[in-house]
Design a protein around this ligand. Structure first.
Ligand SMILES: *[C@@H]1O[C@H](CO)[C@@H](O)[C@H](O)[C@H]1NC(C)=O
Ligand SMILES: *[C@@H]1O[C@H](CO)[C@@H](O)[C@H](O)[C@H]1NC(C)=O
Length: 562
């Protein structure tokens, strides 16, 4: 039997052992939950075991249960900020091969019709297109998109998702959906696309007085955005279950929580009235709301009978935000947070669960390397695609990078030996941007290989990497610090290098380059080699037409403008 036939035969075997006899599925349902800015220490299962019971601040019973019933991915790495991290998940590329800029979706560069926009360049295929193309999936996207809006071709519904309900920007107001202004006028960001409707979700607009400070204005509608998003996820699951279920379901649920602004229903805030720091109180309440809705969606999957045929993946887009006390995140015991390449920015909470996961993998911890690009080929493999030969011709023909993704299902499902790896290294992305959230050229900011992590600061920033701090367990209730003003030099010299043994030293305290000169030299050379392959188009500037169209065509709501 040829290798190809063998793997086909094995996948048939795997499918037949999981499928229900009455309705054999061609491929499992896939529910991908991408949570926003959710810190390492925001889950119950990451609370230090030596913390006295009455000092355990964080409780996430539903996420903890997901982990109990699933496989924890202990080394899941992502890009340090939102839009690049999401670009990576959606396209199966490392961020350096798709987008490392966190610019706004109004940005365009008319000189580059392929890459001159925010987010994913046109002519790169996405995870939803790959699954759609197998003919085995119906697809839906709910929540934060943040990888392009300029034309209809950039929206989720032109990138493989048949349905879209969510917003285009990094964030918006949870109560009035405002995001940015056009000449002093607030513009709202919430869009709905289904078979019969495509446009701003004007019918869901809250009353004019609805806000964080006034959550039940007299006689006015006032619904928390996250409730709308979760409600849609639950409804779509129920509608699907009530239908013919001919194709399997691929749903990408990209929560707003726990990203800024710090807004949450009062009933959740009240539960945390004993938390002194007001930012931390909001963050605790938001994480609790997130946990509650994860529980509701899992219950819906179980009640509808879909759970047994489901692969559910849960992970954060980057670490918790800890800067200037403005966000109240916590990544203890990892160093740094969102916007930094220390572990707190790029190593995130991640779980694979669902009834399709082989029983012997449930309740286990997997410590082999994973990264955000891997889901594309992992899911493609579940849909029966030969992932070894899967290539993105549309991209390659246009001179764009091909997939970096590797199929991790053999690792997840526990096939093969314990020391087999699907992924040898993780590439860490960075930019020359001086501002923490600005534009700049694409850089390789480091590399992870097995137990070794080498960080390399940008030359134009004197090789300095910010947020060189490990916060306390209950940060920021404890003494104030300003992480973004605390730097470490991570240069190309042995003495000032940042080579860490992240297995022995997860908090990245000690540079071990001098004792491991060969490792350091090899990894530095590899970084230089990868640097040659970066994709770094000029995304351009904010395009005035975005505001014009928002005002004239959508009545002060954002949408595609070219
Ligand atoms: C890139 O994609 C766009 C949108 O799908 C399409 O119009 C264009 O022809 C493609 N460009 C090339 C060079 O293939
Ligand atoms: C599409 O959404 C609109 C607005 O919520 C709704 O009225 C309509 O029934 C939906 N159509 C389908 C086919 O789901």
């Amino acid at each position: 039997m040829s290798l190809l036939n063998l793997s086909f035969f094995l996948s048939l075997l795997a499918l037949s052992s999981h499928a229900k006899p009455t309705s054999p599925r061609a491929a499992p349902h896939i529910i991908h939950i991408l949570v926003d800015d959710f810190g390492w220490n925001e889950v119950g299962y990451h609370q230090p075991s030596d913390t006295p019971e009455d000092e355990i601040e964080v409780q996430t019973p539903n996420i903890d249960q997901l982990k109990e019933e699933g496989l924890e991915l202990d080394r899941m790495y992502v890009h340090k900020i939102c839009s690049p991290s999401r670009s990576s998940v959606q396209t199966g590329r490392d961020a350096i091969h798709v987008n490392v800029q966190n610019v706004h979706p109004e940005v365009t560069n008319s000189n580059d019709p392929i890459g001159g926009f925010q987010g994913i360049p046109l002519n790169m295929s996405t995870i939803a297109e790959v699954l759609s193309d197998t003919g085995k999936y119906e697809t839906s996207f709910v929540g934060k998109w943040d990888v392009g809006m300029a034309t209809e071709d950039h929206t989720p519904y032109s990138r493989g998702y048949e349905k879209f309900f969510g917003y285009f920007h990094h964030s918006n107001d949870y109560w009035n959906f405002n995001e940015q202004k056009c000449s002093l006028k607030n513009i709202k960001d919430l869009w709905l696309h289904n078979k019969t409707f495509s446009g701003p979700a004007v019918h869901l607009e809250n009353g004019a007085h609805c806000s964080q400070d006034n959550q039940s204005p007299d006689g006015e509608r006032c619904v928390y955005e996250e409730e709308l998003l979760m409600g849609s996820v639950k409804q779509q699951i129920k509608d699907y279950a009530a239908g013919d279920q001919e194709k399997s379901l691929f749903m990408f649920w990209s929560t707003h929580l726990v990203h800024m602004p710090l807004q949450v229903p009062d009933s959740y805030l009240d539960k945390f009235s004993d938390v002194d720091d007001s930012n931390r109180r909001s963050m605790r309440a938001m994480s609790n709301y997130l946990d509650t809705e994860i529980g509701e969606v899992v219950d819906t999957l179980k009640e509808t009978g879909l759970w047994e045929d489901t692969v559910l993946v849960f992970h954060a887009d980057n670490g918790g935000e800890i800067m200037t006390q403005s966000c109240g995140g916590n990544n203890y015991p990892l160093r740094g947070g969102k916007f930094s390449n220390f572990e707190g920015g790029i190593r995130v909470n991640a779980i694979v669960s669902g009834g399709f996961l082989p029983e012997e993998r449930r309740g286990k911890v997997e410590d082999r390397l994973f990264t955000s690009s891997d889901w594309l080929k992992t899911y493609a493999g579940l849909a029966g695609v030969d992932t070894d030969s899967l290539s993105d011709a549309k991209a390659v023909d246009n001179g764009l990078p091909d997939y970096d993704s590797v199929n991790q299902w053999p690792i997840i499902s526990g096939q093969g030996e314990d020391d087999e790896v699907a992924r040898e290294e993780v590439i860490i992305g960075d930019t020359t941007s001086v501002e923490f959230n600005g534009d700049g050229d694409t850089l390789v900011g480091g590399l992870i290989k097995g137990r070794w992590k080498l960080l390399l600061g940008a030359k134009n920033k004197l090789y300095r990497i910010s947020q060189d701090v490990v916060t306390s367990v209950n940060y920021p209730s404890k003494p104030m610090i300003v992480p973004e003003l605390i730097f470490r030099t991570c240069s190309r010299t042995l003495k000032n290098a940042c080579l860490f043994d992240i297995y022995a030293d997860p908090s990245e305290t000690t540079n071990v380059a001098e004792e491991n000169e060969d490792v350091f030299n090899e990894m530095l050379a590899r970084i230089d080699e990868i640097q040659e392959s970066v994709y770094s188009p000029d995304r351009g500037k904010k395009d005035k037409r975005a505001c014009k169209v928002a005002k004239d065509e959508y009545g002060d709501w954002w949408g595609p403008f070219l």
